[in-house]
Design a protein. Sequence first.
Length: 73
Amino acid sequence: MAHIVLNEEQIQVVAQAQEQLEVRDSSGRVVGYLKPVGFTAADIAQAKRDLASDQPRYTTEQVLDYLRSLERK
């Protein structure tokens, strides 16, 4: 896999990002995008809304059991 090495200033920008970043060359042309690793503030807010809802929740084992039951049909 190809890679680039960021300088310290670039590392700080990426580390503090809460959403996707545009990567541009020195002339301003978009050359790619970086998505932060981990959970964003939006991810956490959605998880809190989900927890507060009255929707049913299932464990991983319950989901796997259900999927296995579909395979048997």
